[in-house]
Design a protein around this ligand. Structure first.
Ligand code: GLU
Length: 429
């Protein structure tokens, strides 16, 4: 593995700008060069360990058979069992899952939990399937991956369009085959099935913790900050609520139905109640309607993109007015947008740090399951806040040491930890 990795030319975006794998690789390449990563280590880490595609045949209610495509990509198990969510969506594809799996590897290393990285997904439109059909898909997907999954090998969790119930079905299916209950095979389960207190809110809570740290760095008080949140799911709604509790004014929120802007402040709890009752923000009258694109460019201090990939691109990065971006989603900013935001002095708390609260409490859940013991909510939240704060400070120190952005600081910190572990383990042959 000797020598030094030399980065040859500016990160080539071979595909289109909004290819998340290209965006991940562009940052990986720059960070690898800055780190002076050895060529062998670079070659090892740039490719996933395993990429699995499974067919999921489901008998529909009318007797017809529909076959869905499912994926699980294990990017790395160097630091421990691979960890990462499973998402459902009509656009889910192998390339996206590959990028997300690598991000999980760097993310777990940034917060220094003993996991590698993975991601899974099934290409389907969850709104067009009944609960029974979703259960069948989940169980068949789990059955197809029985050899891969396991508390010591690969541990799924919720992601876009998946939830506690779906994790419960994964746990049950795996346990039926194992002939005993295996709670630690999946995290983000219902509390009744061994889920951790605080897991559901963990990603949004982590976003709040690092947002406070970023404000402190920039000399801003929460009371001075207007916040815009894109996405009102498990991450966005909790982040909005907790930032409001800290004294920030949430001036706009959005979901798949569009954005809602109110410079006087959105009633966040009212919006959460509205979604609980109506299923989405459609018809919410707590603010003026804006599109999801307009929302990103609103006048504000903190922008929390908590929806999906490729929202801040080379096309709109120069119109973002926020001073701080805290990435609740995975990959909301393309690699091409990075230098534009940087040149404009926008302080970006990158995804692999900002949204790591979810996997951090997943780690707590896995630990509790293996101990057969459960922690109090206070304990979970205190440990989460400590890890998020310390990780923020470590990323900031790395960024300062290398004279780079928080994004590259996070990649450097994460890649370096994985590389050090890999070198000590060596390559088995
Ligand atoms: N899906 C979440 C993420 O992207 C959580 C993963 C986990 O808890 O394993 O970080």
């Amino acid at each position: 593995m000797g020598g030094k990795y030399v980065y040859k030319e500016p990160a080539p975006l071979k595909g289109s700008e909004d290819d998340p794998f290209e965006s991940m690789m562009a940052r990986f390449e720059v960070a690898s060069e800055l780190l002076g990563l050895e060529p062998g280590v670079y070659e090892f880490l740039k490719v996933p360990e395993k990429q699995i595609i499974v067919s999921i045949p489901i008998q529909m209610d009318d007797g017809s058979v529909q076959v869905f495509e499912g994926y699980r990509v294990i990017h790395s198990s160097v630091r421990g069992p691979s960890k990462g969510g499973v998402r459902f969506g009509p656009d889910v594809n192998l390339n996206e899952v590959k990028a997300l799996a690598a991000w999980m590897t760097w993310k777990c290393a940034v917060v220094n939990i003993p996991f590698g990285g993975a991601k899974g997904g099934v290409r389907l439109d969850p709104r067009s399937l009944t609960t029974t059909q979703l259960e069948k898909v989940t169980r068949r997907y789990t059955a197809a991956l029985l050899d891969i999954l396991g508390p010591e090998s690969d541990v799924p969790a919720p992601d876009m369009n998946t939830n506690e119930q779906i994790m419960g079905w994964i746990m049950d299916t795996y346990s039926m085959h194992a002939r005993h209950t295996v709670t630690a095979v999946v995290t983000g389960k219902p509390v009744y099935l061994g889920g951790s207190l605080g897991r559901r809110e963990a990603t949004g809570r982590g976003v709040m913790v690092v947002a406070l740290r970023a404000m402190e760095r920039l000399g801003l008080k929460p009371q001075q900050c207007r916040v815009v949140v894109q996405g009102f799911g498990n991450v966005g709604s909790v982040a909005a609520k907790l930032l409001e509790e800290q004294g920030c004014k949430v001036v706009a929120i959005s979901d798949i139905t569009g954005g809602y802007h109110n410079p006087k402040g959105i009633d966040v709890q009212g919006a959460i109640d509205y979604v609980r009752e109506h299923g989405s923000l459609e018809g919410f009258n707590g603010g003026d309607r804006v599109s999801n694109e307009e929302l990103l460019e609103l006048d504000c201090d903190i922008l929390v993109p908590a929806a999906k990939e490729d929202q801040i691109t080379s096309k709109n990065a120069d119109r973002i007015k926020a001073k701080i971006i805290v990435e609740g989603a995975n990959g909301p900013t393309t690699a091409k947008a990075d230098p534009i935001l940087e040149s404009r002095g926008v302080y970006v708390v990158p995804d692999i740090l900002a949204n790591a609260g979810g996997v951090t409490v997943s780690y707590f859940e896995w630990v509790q399951n293996r101990m057969g013991y459960s922690w109090t909510l206070e304990d979970v939240n205190a440990r989460l806040a400590r890890i998020m704060t310390e990780s923020f400070d470590e990323v900031a120190a790395t960024a300062e040491k290398f004279g780079v952005s928080m994004r590259l600081g996070a990649y450097i910190l994460g890649i370096d930890r994985v590389a050090k572990t890999l070198k000590l383990r060596g390559i088995y042959a």
